[in-house]
Design a protein. Sequence first.
Length: 249
Amino acid sequence: MRTPFMAGNWKMYKTPAETTAFFNEFLPMVADAKDREIVINAPYVNIAAAVTSASGSNVGIGAQNLFWEKEGAYTGEISGPMLKASGCQYVVIGHSERRQYFGETDATVLKRAVAALEAGLIPIVCVGELLEEREAGRTNEVLQTQFDGGLAGLDDEQFAKIVIAYEPVWAIGTGKTATPEMAGETHQAIRALVAAKFGADAATAVRILYGGSVKPNNVKDLMAMEDIDGGLVGGASLEPASFAAIVNF
Ligand code: PGA
C-alpha cells in the first residue's frame, strides 16, 4: 500500500509572518491525519518560519527548487545541503513554471534530483504535457521523453526515494482539472514507464501525485483512482481550510 501524499506548492506567495499565521490555523485541522504524508513547499525566505511553526507536527517542509552544486560562487542560488540544514525534507523539481520561465530542462531536472538525494532530501519531480501536446495525441511521447531525460538516469536505490508529480500544464491554475479517468489513465502510463525501466516492484511502490487545479470538491474523485496517490496543490494550498479539506479528503 502506498501512503497518500498531499503536498502544497505555495509558489511565490506569502511572507514569513503569513507563513506562521497559516500554520497556526492549519496544524490543528490536520492533526488527526496520521495515515498520510503532508508537506508544504514554501518559498525559500519562508522556510525558517515554516520549519519553526511545523516543528513536532505531522507536516513536513519542502522547497520549490535547488541548485545542484553544494556551494560556490553561484549568486542567487540555494543548495541541497543548505535546504537540509534549514530543516527541509523535500524539494519540488522541474515544475512546469520553472521549465517555462527559467529554462529548466530534463537534463537539469536529473542533476537537481541527484543533488537533492545526495543532500538527503526527497525530490518531488514534476512531469506533464502542454495543451497542444495533449491535443496532438503526444502525451505519452512527451512523458516518455521527460522520464528518459529526467528520471531514467537515477539508479534503483535513488529512484526508490523519489515522488513523481504528474501535472498537465493546461490544468495548472486554470480551474481545468483533468477528469479523474484521464488523470488515472496517464498515471497508469507513467507507472508503466517506471516498470519498464526500474521493474515491477519499483512501479508498485512509487507514489505518483496529480497536480493541476486540485480543489476540496474534486480531490475525492481524483484520489479514488487506483494510480493516483496524492496531490500537488497550488492555489488551494494557500488557505488553511481549503488545504486541510484536501488533506482530509
Ligand atoms: P494549481 O497549481 O493547484 O494552482 O493548479 C498546481 C501546481 O502548479 O503545482
